[in-house]
Design a binder for this molecule. Structure first.
Ligand code: ATP
Length: 299
């Protein structure tokens, strides 16, 4: 029995890690109360998941229509392409359908018509587990597991060594903070442990994603503003994780997306304007108005 205990215990921690990662993802996607059933195809296509062993992915939305309920369509034909290694940002008023786009990319729901494609193939042609391994999320609000801060970072890739965890923490600019704690990486966090600030939690999420090494990155920017110093550190950490990665940003602060390859302005389930920051400003219209409004708030 004792011989069995080790592997079982290991499996238990793998399972709880997976569970927590899913909880995190569902929380970020606002799906905590929903059970969504989408089926794997009988003969799934292979999909490379890690950036370190394959090229960045290409993501495409092709005339996507979708509603959570048949009588209320939310997306009315959305098309865009994120070229490998490029960064596309989605902005728009609340309820415009921004988060819905990231939920469809993860295939939490199937589209009513049109298609979501990764590497040129419909997401319905892949195994869901592969699709979700290929996409990493840095959510608005990270749910921490009641365990050590080291474990919370490591479950980005179960089985990562302490060196790998520390390397990821360094890149995410959270290593110095952790090293300053009396118990270092063994410090317990979460509801029953040390409470981390919003900025610290976000850096834990970034470190996790660095370990996960996904080919596609979804950044769901926090609505609440962090202080300027923290914001600068987070932006630097995000730059590291987004480097060379195909990135989709759901943006609330326009100042963070001026370098995006393309910005999509969503309004009522449609892309109402698209282009680079400079082109959209020159064009006038909704984006220029949002920029002027945020500028006056000091964003
Ligand atoms: P925000 O900036 O406030 O996060 P958003 O642009 O991300 O908004 P979505 O979350 O994509 O907006 O929501 C688009 C529309 O879909 C909204 O009208 C919302 O009420 C509706 N909606 C979102 N989630 C669900 C759901 N699970 N079931 C039914 N309707 C939903």
């Amino acid at each position: 029995l004792l011989q069995l205990y080790g592997p079982l215990n290991f499996l238990g921690s793998v399972y709880s890690g997976i569970r927590t990662a899913l909880v995190d993802l569902e929380h970020m996607l606002g799906l905590a109360d929903e059970v969504v059933e989408v089926a794997d195809p009988p003969n799934p296509l292979p999909l490379a998941t890690k950036l370190s062993v394959s090229a960045p992915a290409r993501v495409e939305f092709r005339d996507v229509r979708f509603g959570y309920r048949p009588d209320r369509e939310i997306l009315h034909g959305v098309s865009f392409m994120v070229e490998p290694g490029h960064k596309v940002a989605i902005v728009g008023s609340t309820g415009a359908g921004k988060s819905t786009i990231s939920r469809l990319l993860f295939r939490f729901y199937d589209v009513s018509s049109g298609a979501v494609l990764v590497d040129g193939h419909d997401v319905r042609d892949y195994r869901q587990a592969d699709l979700r391994a290929a996409i990493g999320v840095v959510p608005q609000d990270t749910v921490l597991f009641n365990d050590t801060i080291g474990y919370n970072i490591a479950y980005g890739r179960l089985g990562a060594t302490q060196d790998e965890v520390e390397q990821a923490a360094r890149l995410a600019q959270i290593h110095d903070f952790i090293a300053s704690l009396p118990e270092g990486y063994k410090t317990r966090v979460g509801e029953r442990g040390l409470k981390l600030s919003g900025g610290e939690k976000q850096r834990v999420a970034i470190a996790r994603t660095i370990l996960k090494d996904p080919r596609v990155l979804v950044l769901d920017e926090a609505t609440s503003a962090l202080d300027t110093h923290t914001e600068k550190e987070i932006q630097a950490a995000l730059k590291t994780v987004a480097a060379r990665r195909t990135t989709l940003v759901i943006a609330h602060r326009l100042s963070t997306i001026v370098d995006a390859d393309e910005i999509l302005v969503m309004g009522h389930g449609l892309v109402v304007q698209r282009g680079t920051h400079a082109a959209l400003l020159a064009e006038g219209g909704p984006y220029a108005a949002m920029w002027a409004a945020q500028g006056s708030e000091g964003a």
